[in-house]
Design a binder for this molecule. Structure first.
Ligand code: ATP
Ligand code: FE
Length: 333
């Protein structure tokens, strides 16, 4: 099969073409317009999707060296995400499927972050059942995955997502948006034990990050009162300590989930799984008998290839959507 897929849930317009489980092209147009606001502005995002979508789709087809008449199906992100952003991708996907008279496949964005592991790059793929820690700009979840189509959220954040914890603490430090990757690279040069922040309490397998964020804010305010240059002089150590605490928070619950379910196969996914410290910590768990899976780097942050692979598994089951399907901002797994 040749599946063309579209992802437009947030601020990246992306289109991919997959031949079965292999990626022929995966084009991503980012949106610089949000940087000056320190976060995604929904209205600006949908406008940028509007102007990006046609060229991005053309480029993806050209790079794959595929004519649109050869396509077997169209997959798109139905949700969750920003309504105005989702509408651009879903309307485009519906029109294209109608024009080409080929099946339409709706994909759940968070399932796609997990299924990115099944894009064939010659790597070892997770075997069912496995646990997925999906960590991104809008989500922090522990998911029990029993099949390509069967996933159960067994832990989730009660407030902020881990990506927000990175981005918002980064903003306090004067870093650009998104701050996650910047904190990651600064942290590598700093001491993770220079400063310590409390681990928030949350029930069972759930997460909480808002208290952590506040404790970083108070800490910085207090230090800056005593020394105006505190941030500048300690930036690498602050980043290393912030990142260390976030990783502690994530892994305490992940370990609990492994013990509770007895499932020792663990995969990470979502934009924050690009983080080098998180990858290292997960790899270190191999010594504890875990089987660990890290997705190919280019498929961690938002991309259409992960929508394409999810579409492929639905295509195999002939799980198609009708043209009446609607973009849905909040949608459970
Ligand atoms: P969702 O998938 O929940 O809808 P999203 O699609 O906006 O949210 P992603 O694109 O999956 O999120 O991830 C973006 C997030 O990943 C941002 O918060 C960004 O700071 C974070 N991120 C990216 N690279 C890194 C990194 N190396 N270290 C930490 N965080 C990172
Ligand atoms: Fe995402």
């Amino acid at each position: 099969s040749y599946i063309l897929s579209i992802e437009s849930s947030c601020d990246d317009t992306s289109c991919a073409v997959l031949k079965n489980d292999q990626v022929l092209s995966n084009v991503i147009a980012g949106q610089k317009v949000h940087q000056q606001y320190g976060g995604v502005v929904p209205e600006l995002a949908s406008r940028a999707h509007q102007s990006n979508i046609v060229p991005v789709v053309h480029t993806a087809l050209a790079q794959a060296n595929i004519d649109k008449k050869q396509l077997t199906a169209i997959a798109f992100t139905r949700g969750p995400g920003l309504m105005g952003s989702l509408l651009v991708g879903s309307s485009f996907a519906k029109s294209l499927s109608l024009a080409l008279d080929i099946p339409l496949i709706e994909v759940h964005h968070m399932q796609a972050h997990i299924l990115a592991h099944f894009i064939d790059e010659g790597q070892e793929k997770p075997e069912f059942p496995f646990l997925a820690l999906t960590i991104s700009g809008g989500h922090t979840q522990i998911v029990k995955v029993t099949d390509h189509h069967e996933m159960e959220v067994i832990g989730t954040t009660m407030d902020d997502a881990v990506g927000e914890a990175f981005d918002k603490t980064g903003k306090m430090l004067g870093l650009d948006y998104p701050a996650g990757p910047i904190i990651d690279s600064l942290a590598r040069k700093g001491n993770p034990h220079a400063f310590s922040f409390p681990i928030p309490k949350a029930p069972n397998l759930d997460y909480s990050f808002s208290g952590f964020k506040t404790s970083v804010l108070y800490f910085i305010q207090k230090q800056v009162k005593e020394n105006l240059d505190f941030i500048k002089e300690n930036l690498e150590d602050i980043c290393a300590s912030v990142q260390y605490t976030i990783i502690e928070i994530l892994f305490q619950k992940l370990e609990k989930a492994v013990n509770k379910t007895g499932i020792k196969s663990v995969a990470i996914g979502g934009g924050v799984s690009a983080n080098s410290g998180i990858r290292e910590r997960l790899l270190s768990k191999k010594e504890k008998g875990w089987k660990v899976f890290i997705p190919p780097f280019q498929y961690t942050t938002d991309n259409a290839a992960m929508i394409g692979i999810s579409g492929y598994y639905k295509f195999l089951q002939k799980d198609f959507a009708g043209l009446e399907v609607t973009a849905t901002a909040r949608i459970s797994m």
